[in-house]
Design a protein around this ligand. Structure first.
Ligand code: HEM
Length: 133
């Protein structure tokens, strides 16, 4: 059975800082990129930024080649268990703003009566100037 890591263990002991090993998670697998980071065509910094985190989205969004996936496989050293520590917390659903009612639908607003006022006005003018004979 392969070695198991938790996210808190990874982010504390394997974050690549202060000469610590650099591990992160891709598709549920823990990869050891301590040595590979120097050879990474995309640079060392981007990998350092993922230390101890779930890098699946970052890895997939770049559109890495099959060769990159082969290297990824060769670097796998274990599995991750438990929930990821959320680096970018989602706002709770309840904080979403309620849609505000549109002002034109307010009762008693003058704009609701505008068509009626216009029709009466036009009728009055037409009557006054003898358009109806
Ligand atoms: C163990 C994990 C990784 C491996 C084995 C790996 C491997 C590679 C390889 C072989 C390339 C060359 C292009 C290709 O073949 O697709 C590459 C490019 C690149 N990688 Fe990674 N990569 C890993 C993780 C990451 C992560 C987590 C990021 C972003 C946070 C990243 C960002 C990039 C970028 C931006 C390039 C493009 C460089 C360029 O074309 O100028 N990589 N990677």
């Amino acid at each position: 059975m392969s070695k198991q890591f938790t996210y808190s263990e990874l982010s504390e002991k394997y974050n690549g800082k202060d000469n610590k090993p650099l591990y992160f998670v891709v598709n549920g697998k823990v990869v050891d990129v301590t040595k590979f980071k120097d050879e990474h065509p995309g640079g060392e910094e981007v990998l350092m930024g993922e230390g101890g985190l779930d890098a699946t989205d970052s890895f997939e969004s770049i559109g890495h080649s099959d060769e990159a996936r082969e290297i990824l496989k060769s670097l796998e050293i274990g599995d991750v268990v438990g929930e990821p520590l959320s680096s970018k917390p989602e706002p709770p659903l309840s904080s979403k703003p309620e849609p505000s009612p549109s002002p034109s639908s307010e009762d008693g607003s003058l704009s609701n009566y505008l068509p009626v006022v216009l029709v009466v006005l036009i009728g009055y003018v037409a009557y006054k100037y003898g358009i109806f004979g």
